[in-house]
Design a protein around this ligand. Sequence first.
Ligand code: ADP
Ligand code: MG
Ligand code: ZN
Length: 476
Amino acid sequence: MKWETVIGLEVHTELSTKSKIFCGCTTAYGGEPNTHVCPVCSGMPGTLPVLNRAVPEYAMRLGVALNCEITRHSKFDRKNYFYPDLPNAYQISQLYAPICRNGYLEIEIEGEKKKIRIHEIHMEQDAGKLVHDPRGNGSFMDFNRCSVPLLEIVSEPDFKSADEVIAYLEKLRETLLYLDISDCKMQEGSIRADVNLSIRASGAELGVRTETKNMNSFKAIARAIEYETERQIEILEDGGQVVQETRRWDDEKGISYGMRSKENAQDYRYFPEPDLLPLYIDDAWIENVKSNMPELAYQKRERYIRDLGIAESSAVVLTVHKNISNLFEAVSKKSSQPQEAANLITGEIMRLMNNANILPEDLSIDADKLSVLIGFVSGGKINRNAYKETVEAVFTDNVDPEKYIAEKGLAMVSDNNAVISAVKSVLTENSEAADSWRTGKTQVFGFLMGQVMKKLGKGGNPEIAKKALEDALKER
Ligand code: ADP
Ligand code: MG
Ligand code: ZN
């Protein structure tokens, strides 16, 4: 029997709006517990939610990028359940009329393109966080994350493997970042994926699925998929039946275990949210979103190649993260030298980041200083070695390039008098070598050149020094 894996994903992403979805509290990550709260988001009786206009705006931006239909008459629904981290004992979400529907995201695996259909994107509020006392004296509630806006992106069951899932998540993450609607920091939980997985005999009807939660890296997601695939195949091959349930992944042990039997929508007693008006989206609003769409990564890649003459392999590196493409665009524009800027970032900057273990999302470096340095090296003020050294000093200590070059004596000695006097003293100190050059032993030139460069220090200009040395040798 040939088995086929079927996977559908529910991805939750926290939006980077300034304030929460239904009140004015900040969405900033962390903070002292219960300092980003107010009566609305901590679920006090008698308070009323007011929709943050930026949330549907961000949702539509994603909807347009994922080729979705925008729902003109959207609305919110109340999903009832009790969790200690949900002070209202219900979550405001969307069930009946989600804001975006019927889209797709195209992924590419080993040169093959595949469209993953998007069933819907809906808006909802996040829950708070339970903090368990490590000494076992109880648990504490932190409501700071309560009501941070979330988008849930629900795919159709179109994936066949972990590779496809990872390719999709990477593309989705890139899209969210370039749309400027989420910081997508997995370690901070701003993007989380639930994996629905079932097994069927190839071509047969869909099998019973499980939903695995609690993976906090792409690697963990891939491992959880492999694990669940094998687990279900084993059950089926033994003649058993898969139980529909929610499972929790334990990354340390590399296994998942059943958490609760799967609820159905009826269990949540959904009903239209009575505290919020329906959301009517008119053409003008949609047109406005469409005409203000930020440039996506693939569009940037195409533009770098077409308009700036950057090689495709470099264009790929320059768009791995929005931070990198922003840096590239700033340096490229300020220096007016896109190729030099591309070389600098894909070469030296990437090398320094790797060595220091800095992720693209955490990179912060002064684009102005890098542009100044590009001007210096291409204008002959410093040589390539001094350039590298100063770039590193800017990267690690944010030094002022001009001061640093002056202090370290890195400016290229292009002053003829200084070079000529260095050549003179080298020839006096090494008169034997100079004489043997004149008798035809030209191989000593390299040695003499080395002596001259040594005298000139780090700022030696090899071209000028070479010319001066040749002239001086021929003169006598
Ligand atoms: P719920 O909201 O109850 O979790 P949905 O029917 O909305 O359920 O589906 C959630 C996700 O599960 C979707 O991404 C969908 O594609 C996927 N899915 C549904 N049925 C299956 C199945 N038999 N096998 C794998 N994935 C499935
Ligand atoms: Mg679900
Ligand atoms: Zn609040």
